[in-house]
Design a protein around this ligand. Structure first.
Ligand code: F6R
Length: 364
């Protein structure tokens, strides 16, 4: 049931404040300011690394979490798309664990990667939305995403719930490895508890984003740029746009611009820059200047502080509230999803059932 929404995708985008809240409270004790510590088949404090493998949007959730695990828990993460991982014959040192991220829990390549790790004898954790799935069944422990059923083929709420689980696990890992203090843990948990409130504010940008989507629907090619955790978000933005609007889109790490894609910049290819005012903001601004100097049209997704400091004439600036760094990837997913959604609606495509795509990819 779509309720009063035109598409399941729109409904699922709007459900996010609630399902994120539900998911985070499963893993975090807000009253105590701590990550919950249900027993695990491995000890974060004793791990030398984790391997993460998944496909599509689930892979991009894993890629965001690499930044979190490495920064907060000082725990190295190897991450691959599952279709590569399964054939790569990656050596698995004893002190590793493997995480698999999947909405459906049935994705063939992800399952094959899981079975490879099982054969290597390392503990396996699954971040899944469908709890009675094959991937959940074959794992040593399951970290459910409590997104509820996701009907739209393009993943939205499952993605932000995957991010929520992974952020909570990164905080737990950091605490158990002693790389953050009890005070810092408390602070991070408090910041994460604010996510639903910021997600609700992000949804209020819908009218503006609808206007930007109308503009974007006039173009054939779009480039997305971001740095740090905004890099996977740029790739996710491009993936979402191409899969539902059929507009050609690419997502790049902003620093890679000058190593090739800058050759494409002209007035016919809008560049969407995802850049909250964070530690790498100034670097991204210099990439934006390179785009602007070549006549590129910039759509900047940033926060108040970022819009004040960017000092660049943009085609459009979408301004979110200033927010803690750890929650930005979860909250920024919403405008990115809404932009793809509204563009696709203007294109008149079948948003919930894009051509050639299936909700669950059970063949290789
Ligand atoms: C994109 C999308 C796909 C899935 C991918 C993995 O919007 O939905 O890229 O994320 O097919 O599917 P799951 O998560 O079911 O393993």
């Amino acid at each position: 049931d779509k309720g009063n929404h035109r598409h399941f995708m729109e409904k699922e985008i709007h459900e996010q404040p609630e399902v994120i809240s539900h998911t985070l409270s499963h893993y975090l004790d807000f009253a105590e300011g701590k990550a919950k510590r249900e027993s695990l088949p491995f000890d974060f404090a004793k791990l030398d690394r984790i391997a993460i493998s998944a496909c599509g949007t689930a892979y991009l959730a894993g890629l965001v979490s690499k930044y979190w695990f490495e920064r907060y828990a000082r725990l190295p993460v190897d991450i691959d798309v599952a279709s590569e991982f399964r054939y790569r014959e990656m050596p698995m040192p004893k002190a590793s664990a493997a995480f698999f991220v999947s909405q459906s829990g049935e994705t063939a390549d992800t399952l094959a990667s899981l079975r490879y790790c099982r054969a290597e004898g390392i503990p396996i954790g699954a971040i899944v939305n469908v709890q009675e799935s094959t991937i959940a069944r074959e794992s040593d422990c399951v970290f459910p995403t409590l997104a509820g059923p996701e009907i739209g083929v393009a993943s939205t709420k499952a993605f932000t719930c995957q991010l929520s689980v992974l952020a909570a696990l990164a905080v737990r890992a950091a605490s158990e490895r002693g790389t953050i203090s009890a005070q810092e843990e408390k602070q991070l948990v408090r910041e994460l508890s604010e996510t639903p409130r910021y997600a609700t504010q992000a949804l209020k940008l819908e009218e503006q984003i609808d206007r930007v989507g109308r503009k974007l629907s006039q173009y054939k090619h779009v480039l997305y740029l971001g740095r740090g955790t905004n890099y996977p978000m740029a790739v996710e933005g491009a993936l979402k746009l191409k899969e539902i609007s059929y507009i050609h889109a690419e997502g790049y790490a902003a620093g890679e611009l000058k190593h090739g894609p800058i050759a494409l910049i002209d007035r016919d290819m809008p560049v969407i820059v995802i850049a909250p005012h964070d530690r790498v903001f100034d670097k991204t601004v210099s990439n934006m200047q390179e785009v602007a100097a070549r006549g590129g049209k910039i759509i900047l997704i940033t926060d108040k502080e970022g819009s004040r400091r960017a000092g660049i004439e943009t085609f459009e600036t979408i301004v979110l509230p200033d927010m803690p760094e750890i929650i930005a990837p979860i909250v920024y997913a919403l405008p990115v999803q809404m932009l793809a959604y509204h563009t696709a609606v203007f294109m008149g495509t079948d948003v919930d059932q894009p051509r050639n795509l299936a909700k669950s990819v059970t063949v290789e």
